[in-house]
Each structure stands twice: as C-alpha cells, then as structure tokens.
Design a protein around this ligand. Structure first.
Ligand SMILES: Nc1nc2c(ncn2[C@@H]2O[C@H](COP(=O)(O)OP(=O)(O)OP(=O)(O)O)[C@@H](O)[C@H]2O)c(=O)[nH]1
Length: 358
C-alpha cells in the first residue's frame, strides 16, 4: 500500500502526458525523451500528516486474493494437507517441519515456528489439528507482520528509487507496473534506463514509457550512473514526483558489478542530497533460498530499504518470506503473482498467510 504525506495547501495538479521515449547516443548527454510538459507540482508546501491511499475496490480485492491463493497453491498444498484428519503427535510436527523446509522457509524460521507452536499447543491445551493450524496461522502472521510496510510517497520532491536485482528477476516489468500504480495515485513519474548493458532492456523501458506517457531518460550505452544523475536533475527541473532508476541485472558474486551499483547510488546522492530515498531489490520468489542469499548480499552492499517479490505464482517456495523475516527482515513493499499490472500489489501479512494456509 502507498501512504502519502498530506500537503497543507493546494491540490497536486493533474499529470500532463509526456511524449515518446527515445534513446540518445552515448556520446551525448543523456537527454530526456523530449521537452515534455511532464508535471507541475506546487512549490514548497508544508507536510502535515500521512494519509493512506485509497484501498482496492471490493471486486478488485476479491480478484487479487483469488490470484494470490491460486499462485501460492503449490506451497499451500504441502502445508495444509498434513493437518487433514491428523493427530497432534510427533509425526505431525515432523511432517510440518518437512513441509516448511520444502517451502524454503529455511532452518531458522522452521525451528522457531515449530518450537513456538509446540509451546502454544501446550499452554493453550489444543487438542484438534484445526486448532494447531490456526495457531500456526497466528504465529506466521506475527512473524511476517514486521515485513509489511507502506511505501510513503511525497516525502521528497522528487522521491528517488533505485531498483536492483539479478538478471530476469522482473525489475523492468516491475518498474512498469509500479509506474502505473503511482500514476493512479496522481504521482508523475520519470524513468531512468540505467540498464545500459542490455539494449533490449532499455528499449523495453522506452517502449513502455512511450505507451504510458512516462518520460524515459536513456543513453545508447555508457555509464549508468550518468543516466541516473541526469534523470534526477531532469526530475528536479520538471518537478516530477517520483524517479525510478532501473539497473542491469547482476549476480552478487560479480563484485565489479556490485561496485558499479554502489557507484550509481553515490552519484544519485551527488545529484540530490539524501537520495536515493528507496533502494529496492526485486527478487524472484520462485528461487527460494537463493533469493534469501540475494537479499543478504545486496543489503550488505547497498543497505536496502525494501523488497519486491515477483513470480509468487505457481511457486512451491512461498515460505521464503518467513526465511526473510527471520534472517534479514527488509520490508516487502510489493508482491507479484503474474504479468499483469494488477498482479503486483502491496504485501499484507494476513492475506499472505491466509493464502498460504488456505
Ligand atoms: N509469472 C510471472 N512472471 C513475471 C512476474 N514478474 C515479471 N515476470 C516476467 O519475468 C520476465 C523477466 O522480467 P524482466 O522485467 O525483463 O526482468 P529483469 O529483472 O528486468 O531482467 P534483466 O533486465 O535481464 O535483468 C518477463 O517475462 C516478465 O513478464 C510475475 O510476478 N509472475
């Protein structure tokens, strides 16, 4: 969910459409796609309070919950069938342990949940398998709740987000979906095609930007830090609300590429003090424990502010969020269960656990 700082005076004006995105040659300054009347936000207003953005409509919410449930069904089958007609004994705990490990909850979270569950069963004198399942639900929600955090908009003008991740995690697609979400919240958006390594990624972003009236700053090749810097300058000059900087996919073991990410972060900070305000890692939920290793490595290198977990549709590894909560609790801003825009939604611990145990 997004939260907003509510401004004291004046409404934020409507977003003016920006024309097509065009890549500029490497030798030139990375230029915005055109001198677009991107946005105009009233100047310096006093921040008063935080208000929460409007929730999904009832039918949208239903559809999302159904998709979440369907997406996590492989994980939930493993976790729930063991409770059917079961007795509360060591076999049940053993089966639960295996199911949690298979779901990639990891040893630490699995052990923690089993110990807490046994204690709860004893102290609350639970006698039915369904009661044990309910107790597990409560424990899982408690474990995942700290990961649930709204992304607060309007804190800075522009709010700068840098997006990182391994190849194919879903960065570029996620940026597109997020930009759309932000537009529906009346935020003007500017994208920086910082993936200067893969030409197709830049084009993908440029085409997407053109289709959705979002300005894209791009260069044919060259230094991603320079593209990011220029995007921030351009956003400041045009009073754009949010800048999203895409970066090329890389493995945490490619140390020179991790250094490059640190440089992009530093250079963004030179363009605007305190930026980037959000450092987001996109992880593919289907990669389970590998995704956890990515969280640790990128967090060590960049001090992440949030995660976006994609491809939770069809995965048997939905327990990965428990592993993240237990070992590296970086907030999960959004989760994705498909390729459509509405398939990316804010993470809600209760909804997630209900889908997991449905
Ligand atoms: N099933 C499913 N597919 C997704 C989801 N999110 C993204 N994808 C797909 O994953 C593929 C890779 O997405 P990209 O956005 O190109 O990934 P990337 O991280 O930018 O890739 P690189 O630029 O190579 O690093 C695309 O086919 C997306 O449509 C999701 O939640 N579910």
């Amino acid at each position: 969910m997004f939260s907003f700082f509510k401004k004291k005076s004046k409404e934020t004006p409507a977003i003016a459409p920006a024309p097509e995105a065009v890549a500029t040659p490497a030798t030139e300054e990375p230029t915005p796609v055109a001198e677009a009347p991107v946005v105009a936000t009233p100047e310096a207003e006093i921040i008063e309070e935080i208000v929460t953005a409007a929730p999904l409509r009832a039918e949208q919410k239903r559809s999302w919950l159904q998709k979440l449930k369907a997406g996590l069904s492989k994980t939930s089958t493993n976790l729930t069938t063991l409770f059917v007609g079961a007795k509360i004994d060591d076999d049940l705990y053993d089966e639960l342990e295996s199911a949690l490990l298979v779901s990639d909850a990891g040893v630490e979270a699995t052990q923690f949940l089993l110990d807490a569950l046994k204690k709860k069963v004893k102290s609350e004198k639970l006698t039915e398998a369904q009661q044990v399942k309910d107790a597990l639900r409560a424990l899982l929600i408690e474990m995942l709740a700290p990961l649930q955090k709204p992304m607060v908009l309007g804190r800075h003008q522009p709010l700068v987000m840098m997006i990182a991740g391994v190849n194919g995690a879903g960065k570029t697609t996620t940026i597109g979906k997020l930009a759309k979400h932000l537009q529906t919240h009346h935020q003007s958006v500017l994208l920086a095609a910082g993936d200067t390594f893969r030409a197709a990624a830049r084009e993908q972003l440029a085409i997407w930007g053109a289709r959705n009236d979002v300005t894209v700053i791009a260069q044919e090749s060259g230094d991603p830090a320079a593209v990011a810097f220029d995007a921030v300058q351009s956003a400041k000059a045009r009073n754009v609300n949010v800048v999203m900087v895409d970066t090329a996919g890389r493995l945490p073991t490619q140390l020179h590429l991790m250094e490059e990410l640190k440089k992009i972060k530093r250079v963004i900070g030179k363009g605007m003090e305190g930026a980037p305000h959000e450092l987001l890692l996109v992880i593919d939920g289907n990669t389970g424990q590998n995704a956890l290793a990515q969280v640790k490595a990128f967090d060590d290198a960049l001090q992440l502010t949030g995660l976006i977990v994609t491809k939770l549709d069809g995965t048997a590894k939905g327990g990965i969020l428990a592993a993240i909560a237990k070992t590296r609790p970086v907030p999960v801003y959004f989760i994705g269960v498909g390729e459509q825009i509405e398939d990316l939604q804010p993470f809600n611990a209760e909804e997630f656990v209900d889908a997991l145990l449905s």
